[in-house]
Design a protein around this ligand. Sequence first.
Ligand SMILES: *Cc1c(COP(=O)(O)O)cnc(C)c1O
Length: 482
Amino acid sequence: MDLIFEKSIEGRRGYSLPESDVPSAKPLAAKYVRPQSPTLPEVGELDVVRHFMALSRRNFSVDGNFYPLGSCTMKYNPRFTEVLAAMSGLADLHPLLPQLASGDRLVQGALAILYEMEQLLCEITGFSAFTLQPLAGAHGELTGAMMIAAYHKAKKNRKKYIIAPDSAHGTNPASAAIAGFQTITIPSTEEGVMDLAALERALTDEVAGIMLTCPDTAGIFNRDIDKIAQMVHKVDGLMYYDGANLNAVLGRCRPGDLGFDVMHINLHKTFSTPHGGGGPGAGPVGVGPKLMPYLPVSRVVRRDDGTFRLNYDYPESIGYVASFYGNFAVIVRAYAYILLLGKEGLKQVSDHAVLNANYVMARLKGVFDLPFDRTCMHECVFSACAQSKNGVHAIDLAKYLIDQGIHPMTVYFPLIVREAMMIEPTETESKQTIDRFIQCMMDAADLAARDPEAFHAFPKTMPISRPDEVKAVKDLNVNFFD
Ligand SMILES: *Cc1c(COP(=O)(O)O)cnc(C)c1O
C-alpha cells in the first residue's frame, strides 16, 4: 500500500479557506521560523478518507473478527459507552478548570463521576477505597507495590521480597522489582495452582507481600486463597490481587472478602474500553484499611452539602502516580458500562464468560491435550504437544487461524504449559461464532494429522506470511515491502 506521501500531487488541496480579512499579527521571531516549509502530502479530502479507511481495514479488531486472545479479554465494547465518553461536557473539560474556587460547578459532574466510580468499584470488589489514577494494569501494580513498600516503611518492617507464582503475568515481578523488591517465584502444582509447601518454605519475615491472580493465569480458581492469606498475613505480608481480568468473578465473589489487601482492575479489559496497540487504559487500585493512608493524591471527597472537591491533604500518601486524574475518558466508559449493566447484568458477564470458556474446553477436549482438566473460569488452556510430535506447533495452529479470519489465541503463555494455547472467548460472543471457532480448531487438528507440511505456508491471506519474530522485535523497521 502506498504511503500518503506517495499519493501527493503538487498543488492539490483538501480544503479551501476564504482569504483572511484579519490583519496579520507581528511576525514570529526569526529563530522560530522554519528555513523551509515542511514537506506535507498534497492530497484531496477523498484521498485522505480512502487512505485512512484502507489503513483501518488492515487493523485486526474485535469490531471486525473473533479475537480469543487469552489473558487479554478482547471483548466487544458497546457503542453506548463511546457516545457518553464523547459528550462535550466530558470530553472538552480542561483538567485545569478550577475545582476549589467559585468555578466549582464547572467540574462537579466530572468529580461526581470519579467519586461514584470509586464507590462502585468498592462495592464490586469489597475494598474500602480506590484510586482511579493509574494509567494501565502494570501501572496499577506498581502503585500497589509502592503502597506496600510505604506500609512496611511506616511500620519499620525490614522487608525485601515479593512472591509471585510461576504462572504470573510478567508484569507482576517487573512491577515489584521497579518498586525496589526482589522477587521469589513459587512453582505451580500439577493442577496448575501455587504449590503451598513451596510457599511455606519461602515465607520468611522478609516477605513484604505476594502477588496473585485468582483465577490465575491458567484460568483456574485457586481454592486455597484463604489459607494463603492466613500464611502471608502471619509474617505481616500483604496480599496483592491482580484483577486485570475480572470478568471471571464479577458479581460472584469479591477479592476484598477473600483476604486480599490491595488490587488493581484493568478497566480496559473488564469494563469495556477498546484496547491493544498501547492505547489508553486505566488500572484503578483498590485498598483495604491497612493501605488507605498511602493512596495517591489527589482524592475526590464529598462535602457535607453534597458537592465534591479534590483533597491533597494525606501526609502519608505515596504522592502522584499520574498527571491529573488518570485517563478520564476510560473511566467514563467503565462508569457508563457498569451503570448500563447494573448488579444483575454484571453477574451475567461472569456467567457468560465462564460458560463460554467451559464450552470451548468441553468441545475441544480430546482434540487437543488439556493440561488442567477441571472446570475453568473465563479462559482455558490447551497444549499442542500431541500435534507437535507431527511437527505442527502452537504457533502453526495460530497461523492457520489467521487465514480463517480469526485472531490467534495466546500461544506459549502461561509459561508453565508446553505448547500452550490459551483461549478466552469472552462473554460477548455468540454460540454461532464460538462454534465456528471450534470447527476451525477441529479442522486444524485434522489437517495436522493428515498433512502437517501444509502448515508451513500459513498464513496465505496476509501481506506478510511469517516475519522473523526475533528480528521484528530487535529491528523495528516497519517497511516490510521494500
Ligand atoms: C493485561 C494484564 C496485565 C497488565 O495490564 P496492562 O494494562 O497491559 O499493563 C497484568 N496482569 C494480567 C493478568 C493481565 O492480563
